[in-house]
Design a protein around this ligand. Sequence first.
Ligand SMILES: Nc1ncnc2c1ncn2[C@@H]1O[C@H](COP(=O)(O)OP(=O)(O)O)[C@@H](O)[C@H]1O
Ligand SMILES: [Mg+2]
Length: 357
Amino acid sequence: MGRDTPMIEIEGLEKTFTTAGGPTAVLKDVSLSIRQGEIFGIIGRSGAGKSTLVRCINLLERPSAGRITVNGQEVSSLQGAALREARRGIGMIFQHFNLLSSRTAFENIAFPLELAGKSKADIVAVVQPLLELVGLTDKRDRYPAELSGGQKQRVGIARALASKPAVLLCDEATSALDPETTKSILALLQDINRKLGLTIVLITHEMPVIKEVCDRVAVLDHGRVVEQGNVFDIFTAPKADVTRSFVSDVIDRPLPSNLLERLRSTPLTQGNVVLRIIFTGPSANTPVIAEVVRTYSVLLNILQGNVEYIQGTPYGNIVVEAVGQPQAVQEAIDHIRANNLRVEVLGHVAGAHRAVA
Ligand SMILES: Nc1ncnc2c1ncn2[C@@H]1O[C@H](COP(=O)(O)OP(=O)(O)O)[C@@H](O)[C@H]1O
Ligand SMILES: [Mg+2]
């Protein structure tokens, strides 16, 4: 199968729970297509329906309506042995690891194989390389209480891989870990994705997790997919409000307080315009700013600057005060836009040093 082959297809998924207060629609018309071999992120605030969506994909919940296909098989209506078999093809890791405290690392990883009735020799042949893959060879006989959070999650990952799943679902798998450990677990998932070609679905409420490793992302809000696409596109041009706020948590530095205090929403007679200029991809290397200063009677005072790398592509974001006659400033803005850079007018400030045209 190639990279464009769908591994998980969800079409018109609905999930409604019946509660004391009546029916509650938790997932509404969710449609997603997750490709073979990609790392796909699903982000949403708490209560958005992420865990319910995962539980539908791994067949712990039955959809109220809609279809779910995993690895070419329609799974939403499976029963009995076929259901158990399909479940074995879907690995899962959790926020709180869900390890058995009375079993060592080795025994936890071996557990699904024991349940499947594998021989001791077969189990060792699978578990030993998995311990190596997750970097825990020297911890094989340790109990969960003797392991750090990151090590526990490594055991969880190895256990999920023991049944050789085609898909690994991660529900807030790094949310209980500190930022450094989160990075190391994400790096491990990326490594496994590349080495084994495993399709990974990462469910999270944390945008840095998406930015770090995902190829594509869907944004879930109140049970609906409000936006989906390439991570780079979503980061650089978020459309839904909820996405914009997720993105700005990661990308936008708050404006300096002395600027915020001076910023007005309407032009001032003796004032300057404050602009945010966004550079993406290759244009980050274009010397447009220098060109503008050279060509127009406009000075650009840089008030703030920042470059982030998303999937290896630069995303620059600078805030400038444009000093010059309104006509010249407008021409400069038009020139920057003509070079495919995004320009937003943030507001206006009183101009202490207005450039002479
Ligand atoms: N079994 C259930 N019965 C009733 N309501 C549920 C059930 N499971 C989840 N919910 C409700 O569905 C909503 C989404 O929950 P969940 O999928 O856990 O969201 P998330 O993982 O995004 O935080 C919440 O309002 C939750 O209370
Ligand atoms: Mg959840």
